[in-house]
Each structure stands twice: as C-alpha cells, then as structure tokens.
Design a protein around this ligand. Structure first.
Ligand SMILES: [Zn+2]
Length: 104
C-alpha cells in the first residue's frame, strides 16, 4: 500500500510504518506522512512568478513543502491560509486502501 509515489507502508518488526523509497522510516503508518516529513513554509510567491504577483492575498497564503528528512525528495506541496492546519489529503485505512480525501 502506498501513501504517495514515494512513501509506502511496510512491516517493521511486526508494526506497520511509513517508509520512503530511500529506506528511511518516517514513523507509524497510522500517522499522516506530511506530519512526519520535513515541512517548509514560505510566502506564496515562492511558488513562482504567477503566484499572487501583486500580493492580492496580502500575505494570507503560504506555500508548504513536505520532504523526506533523509533524502530530501519532495513528497508534496500545498497552498493554504497561514492559519490552516496541515491539509491531510491522504490518510491510510490500514484495513483497506489509501483514502484520498482530496477526492472524497
Ligand atoms: Zn527519502
């Protein structure tokens, strides 16, 4: 079972863990991979020259990047209001399949 293209669920000594394709164990499979990743938050303009070039959002939005703490591969990015919690778009149903909350 995969959480995304880089993170999969594996068995480690009888417990299910999230493992990056580099081999690094992020933590328990019951957790969101984003919460176990290195998180970087930057102004929305860091997403590129077309992202709010006139600062219409008045600094309300930010770019969040989630990466492997070991190999630094970028797992995911998201744009959110600064005060919003982490958007857990994928949580694993360990009895079944990955639940893509973005499409649910
Ligand atoms: Zn990695």
């Amino acid at each position: 079972m995969k959480a995304n293209a880089y993170v999969q669920v594996t068995d480690q000594e009888g417990r299910l863990v999230l493992r990056c394709r580099c081999g690094h164990v992020l933590g328990p499979a019951s957790e969101s991979y984003k919460r176990l990743s290195n998180e970087t938050r930057r102004p929305i303009q860091a997403a590129g020259s077309c992202a709010d070039p006139y600062s219409i959002g008045e600094g309300r939005f930010e770019l969040r990047e989630y990466a492997c703490p070991a190999c630094l591969v970028l797992y995911e990015t998201e744009v959110a209001l600064k005060d919003d919690p982490i958007l857990d778009d994928v949580l694993l149903d360990l009895e079944g399949e990955a639940v893509d909350r973005a499409q649910a």
